[in-house]
Design a protein around this ligand. Structure first.
Ligand SMILES: Cc1cc2nc3c(=O)[nH]c(=O)nc-3n(C[C@H](O)[C@H](O)[C@H](O)COP(=O)(O)OP(=O)(O)OC[C@H]3O[C@@H](n4cnc5c(N)ncnc54)[C@H](O)[C@@H]3O)c2cc1C
Length: 342
């Protein structure tokens, strides 16, 4: 277990709203760490619609989910926030007035003066494939995410799926696997054509196997997988020896551990006031899709506004003895210095 990380503010969720919160907090000299379950920033924009155009970001007529994420990362660069990706916040406890201790499933502990929950619709959870008896193997030899590629070096791997995740991990893990087999229920793939071509080239060159069919049975014991049975369209069964199986069947959104933190919830959302976007616990804020208040619209622009007002209140907790002076970025040399433009 690592040492406790101390920070002014811990932001749970690095979606567009969590990212913009870094900017608004940074203008007020408030340092932030961010934790996100995903291995990338951008939340729904990056995970669910990276290439779709968004038309209602003020002042930007057209921007894709990926481009908005990139632009936000550029905008917050001056504030040097620290990102902890691929980690889920599991527990949150109040340890002061206000002060919080937060732990992640990767064993990290944070102590923060304020916590900002920007967890959107909750955690993206992998969809479990319909294979009987899969549960005992999960996180032992069945994995829904690749946290560390080295864990798969020299192993017989089976990747299941036909989308970008399945193809990307096929191409990334094939060079280090002992043998890699990709299984998809049909010989057409939803993933990027370039990845599909690269995968087919590897199959043609004998560097990996492609099987069209569905995994129907798992063999092994004590959480250790030894082989799987694959049924093709004609019903014929084949057996493949495997050390690990990685199914990529997409993601659903579940509230996840947020529900266990003793915060008042309404329909799985966190009620907040519209002046400070604070929950029923002082110093614990909720911004973006995760909150609710009369008239709430689940729009990115609403979350940006909420981040600005939340930061004003967080300032009073982080700097209780200082007076907050409202300033514009256009005219304040002090703000421009923080942004590195003056
Ligand atoms: C297909 C689609 C199209 C859309 N189009 C538009 C549009 O045109 N305009 C618009 O304004 N909005 C649009 N939206 C809505 C917009 O994407 C959301 O309003 C926005 O993403 C909310 O941002 P957020 O940062 O609050 O949450 P999210 O983007 O959901 O990010 C929350 C992050 O929190 C993380 N998280 C959750 N729980 C934990 C935990 N316990 N520990 C660590 N991390 C956690 C998640 O992994 C996630 O990355 C669209 C949504 C979809 C699905």
């Amino acid at each position: 277990m690592s040492d406790t990380i101390k920070t002014d503010v811990l932001i749970i969720g690095a979606g567009p709203v969590g990212l913009f919160a870094v900017f608004e907090l940074g203008l007020l000299d408030i340092k932030a760490h961010l934790v996100d379950i995903l291995d990338k920033v951008g939340g729904q924009c990056a995970e669910l619609y990276p290439e779709k155009p968004i038309y209602d970001i003020p002042g930007i007529p057209y921007i894709t989910g990926h481009e908005l994420t990139e632009a936000l990362m550029t905008q917050i660069k001056p504030f040097g926030a620290t990102f902890h990706l691929g980690e889920m916040v599991t527990t949150l406890e109040k340890i002061g007035e206000p002060a919080f201790r937060v732990r992640t499933d990767a064993g990290k502990t944070f102590e923060a003066k304020c916590v900002v929950i920007a967890a959107g619709g909750g955690s993206f959870q992998p969809k479990r494939p319909p294979i009987n008896g899969i549960e005992p193997y999960e996180e032992k030899s069945v994995f829904y995410a690749v946290r560390k590629m080295e864990n798969f070096r020299g192993k017989k791997l089976l990747i299941v799926g036909g989308g970008d995740s399945a193809l990307d991990w096929t191409l990334s893990l094939q060079p280090i696997a002992k043998r890699l087999t990709l299984v998809h229920r049909r010989d057409e793939f939803r993933g990027a054509p370039d990845s599909v071509n690269k995968m087919r080239e590897l199959v043609a060159a004998g560097g990996m196997d492609l099987k069209i069919g569905q995994v129907t049975e798992l063999e092994g014991g004590g959480g250790k997988l030894s082989a799987v049975s694959i049924k093709d369209k004609a019903g014929a069964l084949s057996r493949v020896e495997v050390d690990a199986m990685l199914p990529f069947f997409g993601l659903t959104m579940k509230l996840g551990p947020v529900a266990d933190w003793g915060i008042e919830l309404k329909d799985n959302l966190i009620p907040v006031d519209t002046g400070k976007f604070e929950s029923n616990i002082p110093g614990l804020f909720a911004i973006g899709d995760i909150n609710t208040y009369p008239g709430k619209l689940k729009l990115i622009l609403s979350g940006f506004h909420e981040a600005a007002l939340m930061s004003q209140q967080a300032y009073h907790y982080v700097y209780p003895d200082k007076k907050l002076v409202f300033q514009y970025t256009t005219s304040s040399t002090s703000l421009q210095k923080k942004l590195g433009v003056a």
